[in-house]
Design a protein around this ligand. Structure first.
Ligand SMILES: *Cc1c(COP(=O)(O)O)cnc(C)c1O
Length: 382
């Protein structure tokens, strides 16, 4: 089955009891048993819920995995992945990552004895020298947030395999429409389904996908034992969102490419970060491992101040000032004072995240209107 068919059909059957074509929302906590232990595969909804099962089967198919395990949020999914480790183990993570992932690693797990180091993965050889005997998980996020660097997944997972280290790719920014890391050697793929998979900015959910049965069993155990599960209504909303994933991401890619080209020619703009631009330092790797360049664009201004960024943010009308990404509507944000506020300024500067850097999540509106909106907001500069 090809991807555009999978989003509609993979793992999804009409409800056997009624024929309902949409997966029902099984809003129930428990299931009646004919005799003790004699049930239909469902006993208690923390362990299993039929709406969640359908979503998990669909996600497994989209990522070319065998199993998906769903959680109450992307960070709950990351929390479960880190619980595969034990005190004394180390996570070696990319240094340009989602602020909440950084916070979870540093503030929750470090006091419990699982440490994290943040390094560049842009040069695989330089990266390999950073591996230590206690390194037990390599955490890859690509495209990175908000600098939109591209990490060569196949190169990094190849190194990890040589050292017998587990790898997980946060695939939130690309979505499985553009990139399937399990095909590139990753052991685990993580999603904040809150973003592109859901696509309508109306529910929070996370998932981990794998084709490794042992890891799937351990994550399934953590899902039930720690209990950070998503509710059935949220599973339904994400399933509904996924049905148009291919259409939405395709349009977002087209719009983002036009906006990036326009930004490149604007006199007030200093740098444009979009992996689809031939001038982007990792354009060739993006072309190799992705089927499109995504809907995220970052840029900064020649007048590199927080004030110039805030001036623009105040003046856009179609681009709404908000955290998050991946919805049908375009969003604009200022990482230094918003999503990446929990990252120390020194760390931000090191990765090129300047004070004036703006990140846009391009939606599926008309690109002419989006560019006109930015043009007007930029005229408020100087
Ligand atoms: C949003 C996001 C997360 C966290 O997901 P939640 O669903 O908000 O918990 C993790 N990684 C990336 C790349 C994200 O954008």
């Amino acid at each position: 089955m090809k991807f555009n068919t999978k989003v509609i059909h993979a793992g999804i059957e009409p409800d056997p009891s009624t024929g309902a074509i949409m997966t029902p929302i099984f809003q129930t906590t428990t299931y009646v048993q004919a005799a003790p232990g004699d049930h239909k595969g469902y006993e208690y909804a923390r362990a299993r819920n039929p709406t969640r099962t359908v979503l998990e089967n669909n996600l497994a198919a989209l990522e070319n995995g065998t199993q998906a395990i769903a959680f109450g949020s992307g960070l709950a999914a990351l929390d479960a992945v880190i619980k595969l480790l034990k005190p004394g183990d180390e996570i070696l993570s990319t240094d340009d990552l989602y602020g909440g992932s950084f916070r979870l690693m540093k503030r929750i797990f470090e006091p419990l004895g699982i440490t994290s180091r943040f390094v560049s993965m842009l040069d695989p050889a330089v990266f390999e020298a950073q591996i230590k005997p206690e390194t037990k998980l390599i955490w890859i996020e690509t495209p990175t947030n908000p600098m939109l660097n591209i990490i060569d997944i196949e190169a990094i997972t190849g190194i990890a395999r040589k050292h017998s280290i587990m790898t997980c790719v946060d695939n939130t920014f690309a979505s499985p429409y553009l990139q399937t890391p399990l095909d590139l050697g990753a052991d685990l793929v993580l999603h904040s389904a809150t973003k592109y998979l859901g696509g309508h900015s109306d529910s929070i959910l996370g998932a981990v996908v794998t084709k490794n049965q042992e890891l799937a069993d351990r994550l399934r155990f953590i899902q039930n034992a720690s209990g950070a599960i998503p509710g059935p209504m949220d599973c339904f909303l994400i399933l509904r969102g996924i049905k148009t994933l291919h259409l939405r991401v395709q349009r977002a890619c087209e719009n983002a490419a036009q906006i990036a080209a326009w930004l490149l020619n604007h006199p007030a703009v200093a740098n444009v970060y979009y992996p689809g631009l031939p001038s982007h330092p990792s354009h060739d790797i993006a072309k190799k491992q992705m089927r499109g360049f995504g809907g995220m664009v970052s840029f900064d201004f020649k007048t590199d101040t927080t004030e110039s960024a805030h001036q623009v943010l105040k003046n856009t009308k179609l681009f709404s000032l908000a955290e998050s990404l991946g919805g049908v509507e375009s969003l604009i944000g200022h990482p230094a004072t918003m999503t990446h506020g929990s990252l120390p300024r020194e760390q931000r500067q090191k990765i090129g995240l300047t004070d004036s850097l703006i990140r846009v999540s391009v939606g599926v509106e008309d690109s002419d209107d989006l560019i006109a909106d930015l043009e007007k907001a930029f005229s408020s500069l100087n």
